[in-house]
Design a protein around this ligand. Structure first.
Ligand code: PEP
Length: 257
């Protein structure tokens, strides 16, 4: 983390979990244990049906709300989809774009990720753009090239002053939901490489302002070590964000001096 230049952001990704009733119960449980007045920003990305209620439920404990994906068109015949403007209108501030599960199950490509990043920015949302390599790609030794390609595609055509506010989440596919975490060195190395890509494209000022998260089985035990890496500015957290106590432990780790 480097709080001097950029925000530390701890974001939960609830995926397809939690009904409205469960969301209310989560809010009641987390409110009394939420740390206050510290440095890190906290976000929960929730199923679309919960956004509006979550904005209201988590307002007084300063948790911002995000969506888990959006469509790139402004409107039209895309049954089942929602636009970035709809998400913004529901009160959300963030949207996850290009999560590996979307890339794997819903044909999300680097091309559609780029279109969604543009749509999110246009609507006034902060995109959390996910990039990451598979185990095979890591073993082939192409991680850095692949990540650079994904980052460049995602940000293509985005103005530098907008790139400054984007969040990038480095999520190695082999670490998501597997209980297998990247070592702090692996996470730090790739997050640093992402910042270098941004520096080369957009300059040092933009690069040092961008929040780069690590995601992949981050939990209460390993968070502090991962967040101690200078280029790891937070976490995107799946499983552990479903348990208020575990999520709060990660927030505490991000608030350490
Ligand atoms: C994720 O879904 O973005 C994620 C990192 O999941 P988990 O923390 O469960 O590995």
């Amino acid at each position: 983390m480097n709080r001097r230049y950029r925000k530390t952001i701890i974001a939960g990704n609830w995926k397809m979990n939690n009904t409205l009733t469960q969301t209310k119960a989560f809010a009641e449980e987390i409110k009394p244990i939420m740390p206050r007045g510290k440095w890190c920003n906290v976000v929960l990305c929730v199923p679309a049906t919960n956004i509006q209620a979550a904005v209201r439920l988590f307002k007084d404990c300063h948790i911002a709300i995000g969506a888990e994906t959006c469509h790139y068109e402004e409107k039209g015949a895309y049954t089942g989809e929602i636009t970035a403007a709809m998400i913004k209108d529901a009160g959300a501030k963030y949207v996850i774009i290009g999560h590996s599960e979307r890339r794997q199950y819903y044909n999300e490509t680097d091309f559609t990720v780029n279109k969604k990043v543009h749509a999110a920015i246009e609507a006034g949302l902060i995109p959390i753009v996910c990039v990451g390599e598979s185990l095979e790609q890591r073993e082939l030794g192409v991680t850095m090239e692949l990540i650079a390609y994904q980052v460049k595609c995602a940000l293509a055509g985005v103005a530098p002053e907008k790139v400054r506010h984007i969040v990038i989440a480095y999520e190695p596919l082999w670490a998501i939901g597997t209980g297998k975490t990247a070592t702090a060195e692996q996470a730090g190395e790739v997050c640093q490489a992402i910042r270098t890509v941004i520096r080369k494209q957009y300059g040092a000022h933009v690069a040092r302002s961008v929040t780069i998260q690590y995601g992949g089985s981050m939990n209460a035990k390993n968070a502090a070590e991962l967040l101690a890496q200078p280029d790891v500015d937070g976490g995107l957290i799946g499983g552990a964000s479903l348990k208020p106590e575990d999520f709060v432990q990660i927030i505490h780790a991000a608030n350490q001096e």
